[in-house]
Structure formats: structure tokens, C-alpha cells
Design a protein around this ligand. Structure first.
Ligand SMILES: O=C(O)CCC(=O)C(=O)O
Length: 341
């Protein structure tokens, strides 16, 4: 495929079920897509970006108060936190699916009366925003699974981590440098408001080429993460073992039966402009009890279990030990034919 071709599909959320087949192709072959008509008001997207700007302007000691102890990497990361992290700074909210946790994130940053005043306005935007983004991630996860033939699956009980990110590029010499190294996400699914004014997000396409994701104004970028790879296995569906909507079987079973698997996309961020770039991501991580497993109903002789059941945080620990945050490396120790690490 030539580099000029559009490789990141656009999914119109107002056009379902007609888009299901396109969604299946995007999720199994490309591993990402941009979603339009997602229902999050454009004004809220730009308010959230402005709010992000004010959060990063807070003094360092205030930003350091952002700590979530119950998830690995659940805290504010200053620039240079990681060896390649010269440009990158981020806040974390866990569990951003819960309005109470989102509010705790906001109040943790109230230190001075002035910050409290700023945060009152910020809190409203942040809680509205993550309420809507959570609704979208649930809808997209269900639709991705439905596109492969499994109808009515809910991800309501899954925890989510949010990251509010900034990449500060101050010199022309930095253009072309890596702002976030190549990685896969530790989530099942990620929804991301990328900075449409700056760009810089790149994915690896089927031919191993880096391709720019040019954000469409107002669109949300969605990508499949490592847990999608593990859980894809429950999508190898036996028509004997579950009851499926018959229309879905007809339309999508061929894909599921032949080479149906979610594709975990590798991506990175490069410096494009001398400015500060903001992006906001929500990561659908794992069921709240922390266990990731393959549903027994979907394992059969032709589709043996690829991964052991494991605890999500154990996988995150392994991932942190890997020099490159690429899922295949972190998941090695969880293959079904191996002893757990
Ligand atoms: O900032 C971006 O556009 C991408 C962020 C990213 O790759 C991530 O959070 O996994």
C-alpha cells in the first residue's frame, strides 16, 4: 500500500449497523480508526484542551499531588520521567470511569485559593468530558466486539485510566524527534483526543511503514491495545457454543472464522511544530476485579487457549520491565504453553 493512501479508516457512529463491516476490518487489519459523529460536543473538546493547558501551568509541587496508588504508573509524570521523555508530561486519573475518582483528581490539585477557583471551572469540564468519553469508550468496545459477531457485550464493569498529556517542543531543532517512543497500549481499547492543530501521531501500517494520523477536526482516534490481543481469543466463536444474532453470523462469521483477530497497533508521537501539543486519552483496561481471562465458551480444539488467565497489574509490571513497551514482549510470559513468570 502506498504511503499516500488513507490507512486510518473513518467510522461514522451515526451510521450503524451499516458501518459494522468496516469497523471489523479496521479493528482486525489496521488496529485503529477515527470516529466521527460520536456525540461529544466540539465545544467540550476544545474546553477540555484549554483545561489541560491550565493544569500544566500549575506549579510542579501541585502537579506532583496527582497520585493513584491502585494502578501501576498511576501518577503525574514530569518531563524526563522516562529516558525518552524529554518533551512529555502527563497527569493520570484512575479510575476515570468513576465520577468520584475524577472529582478526587480535581480536588487533589486544589492547594491555594487561586487554584481552587480555577479548579472549580476545571472540575466541571473534566467531569463532563470524562463522563462523555467513558460513554464513548463503552460504546466503541461493544461495537468492536459486535463487529466480530458477539452481540450485547458490556464493558461497564471495566476500569479506565485517563491520561492528560502535554508535549512541549521549544526549538526548531527538535522537529522530527521522537516525543513518545513506539509502543502498544496496555488497554483493551483506547480513545484519544489528539491535537488536530499540531499532529505528530504516527502508526505502523500493514507494511511496516510509519503513517501520519492526520486528525479530522472533532474526530476521536480509537485504537486496540494489548488486552484486545488477549481477549480477541474469545471472539473466535463456535457457532455451537453461543447464541448469536443470526444476521451477524451471516455477515461477519466468515471474518471471525477465518482470520478474525483484533490487531494491536504500534504507534508513536513525533515533534511536528515548535509549540505545546495536548492530547487526552482514556484507556479501557480490564474488569474491575483485575482478572484477564479467555471465556471458556470460546475455546475449542481449533482455537486453543493462547494466554493464561492473569492479573492485569502483573502484566503491567512485566511491561514496565521491557525496554520497549510493545505488547508481544510483555505478554511473552503469559502464553498458555509457558509457566507464569
Ligand atoms: O499523544 C498522542 O497523540 C498519543 C498518546 C499515546 O500514544 C498513548 O497515550 O498511548
Amino acid at each position: 500500500m502506498a504511503k499516500e493512501e488513507i490507512v486510518v479508516p473513518v467510522i461514522d457512529l451515526a451510521n450503524f449497523p451499516a458501518e459494522l463491516e468496516k469497523l471489523a476490518a479496521a479493528s482486525t487489519e489496521v488496529g485503529c480508526f477515527q470516529v466521527i459523529n460520536h456525540g461529544i460536543p466540539v465545544a467540550l473538546l476544545s474546553d477540555m484542551k484549554e483545561t489541560a493547558r491550565t493544569l500544566f501551568d500549575f506549579p510542579e509541587e501541585v502537579k506532583q499531588r496527582n497520585v493513584n496508588l491502585n494502578v501501576i504508573d498511576g501518577r503525574y509524570r514530569p518531563r524526563n520521567f522516562e529516558p525518552n521523555g524529554k518533551y512529555h508530561e502527563s497527569f493520570s486519573i484512575y479510575d476515570a470511569a468513576l465520577p468520584s475518582d475524577v472529582l478526587s483528581f480535581c480536588s487533589a490539585l486544589d492547594v491555594t485559593p487561586q487554584q481552587r477557583e480555577i479548579n472549580e471551572a476545571n472540575s466541571k469540564v473534566i467531569t463532563d468530558y470524562f463522563g462523555k468519553l467513558h460513554g464513548l469508550i463503552l460504546e466503541m468496545a461493544s461495537k468492536v466486539v459486535e463487529s466480530l459477531g458477539l452481540v450485547g457485550r458490556s464493558f461497564e464493569e471495566w476500569s479506565c485510566q485517563a491520561r492528560v498529556m502535554s508535549y512541549k517542543v521549544t526549538s526548531q531543532e527538535d522537529i522530527g524527534c521522537i516525543a513518545a517512543p513506539l509502543h502498544t497500549d496496555s488497554s483493551f481499547l483506547t480513545v484519544l483526543q489528539a491535537d488536530e492543530c499540531v499532529g505528530g501521531l504516527q502508526i505502523i501500517d500493514a507494511n511496516g511503514n510509519f503513517v501520519d494520523v492526520d486528525p479530522l477536526p472533532g474526530a476521536i482516534f480509537v485504537n486496540i491495545g494489548d488486552m484486545g490481543k488477549v481477549i480477541h481469543q474469545f471472539l473466535h466463536i463456535s457457532n455451537l457454543s453461543i447464541s448469536l444474532n443470526y444476521v451477524c453470523i451471516n455477515l461477519y462469521m466468515v471474518k471471525v472464522w477465518s482470520n478474525g483477530r483484533l490487531h494491536t497497533v504500534k504507534h508513536r508521537v513525533v515533534c511536528k511544530k515548535v509549540t505545546t501539543r495536548f492530547s487526552i486519552g482514556l484507556f479501557l483496561l480490564a474488569p474491575r476485579d483485575g482478572y484477564i481471562g479467555t471465556e471458556p465458551a470460546f475455546i475449542d480444539a481449533e482455537h486453543p487457549k493462547l494466554y493464561q488467565n492473569f492479573i492485569y497489574n502483573e502484566y503491567r509490571k512485566q511491561r514496565n520491565k521491557c525496554e520497549y513497551k510493545i505488547g508481544d514482549l510483555a505478554l511473552r510470559g503469559f502464553k498458555a504453553d509457558q509457566e507464569a513468570i
